[in-house]
Design a protein. Sequence first.
Length: 404
Amino acid sequence: MKIETLPEEFIKAQPIIDTIEAAGYEAYYVGGSVRDTLLGLPIHDVDIATSAYPEEVKSLFKRTVDTGIEHGTVMILDHGTGYETTTFRTESGYQDYRRPDSVKFVRSLKEDLNRRDFTINALALKTDGTIIDYFDGLTDLKNHRIRAVGNPEKRFNEDALRMMRAVRFASQLNFKIDPETVAGIEHHGSLLTKIAVERIHVEFVKMLLGQWPAMGLDVFMETGLYQYCPDFEPYKEQLNQLRAELTSGLSDETAVWTLLASVFDLSSKQINQLLKDWKSANQLIDDVQVAAKAVRAISTNEVDAWLLYQTGSNLLKIANEVAGKLGQSSYETATLLARYDSLQIHAKKALLITGQDLMAAGVKPGPQLGQALNFLERQVVEGKLNNQNQELLNAAIKYLNEKA
């Protein structure tokens, strides 16, 4: 097969391959960029594989970075763009079920492609548009199929993260996973516990961001892969519910975890524990706790001014998206945002009164000062007071007198 018109990204990278070939070596575009070009999808990083050894590659270019030279990868810098160029290699020994214990550089493209995960990722592209396909990846692309290169049992034993990559690709591409490959996942699911949670996290989120999440979730659940992910085992029923209800992907990672928190019916404390176990950033944890609370309010038609204020516009969008995915929202997002925009203030610092104003009026420093400001904040948000200095001052003094 030959691609008649190559994407601009490949054309820009052609001088790299031309230089390597002029020195007597082979070089090809490989990996996801080739697959996505054939699928008519936008491509991102352009990766190059070559028969030249790392030191030979470095001798041909003025600017290189040793990004993974022990595994044969050198980044070539060209006009502000970096191209990862990796020597053909074979791998052996995978004691951690993720990285090879040893790498051997070879001169054979076929040997190099033979170590890759799936046939649709084991394609090589020449600069003239010719596709090299040793493992029938083109047929799998045509048939919308994800199939391991060679023996799936061996592929997953080498790198257990490939099981998560399989379900992620199914979701992103709307592909079915080949039955033998599914069987390999079922047999090796427990090896996922050997993989760093951070890596599983990335693949799981990408799966739910894919346009066809049920394609990945089906295999994720049927093979039992879910039970080897942090804290998921008790939620089999809820995950199966999600698999049936989630007909399209989510907008971002916050939406992914807000959806799970809502389906699992987690408290704020439980959300914190789940996301800590998934090695999530503190900001993500905070956002999911707020958004999940908003989902509950949206689902029960209990969205008031204070909830709008506490949630904020970005998380309101996410909360209504999630509630909508679950068929639990009667709100238009635009309506919620308009209600939020109409609030007098959107942050406490927007109050037209300060602690210093209160102290100048005779309020002593201490807890009562903060209590008064909290009271004013809520009253203004709920529209019970106007955000005007004198009105706020009078209300604060009255509030403190009544508390005394």
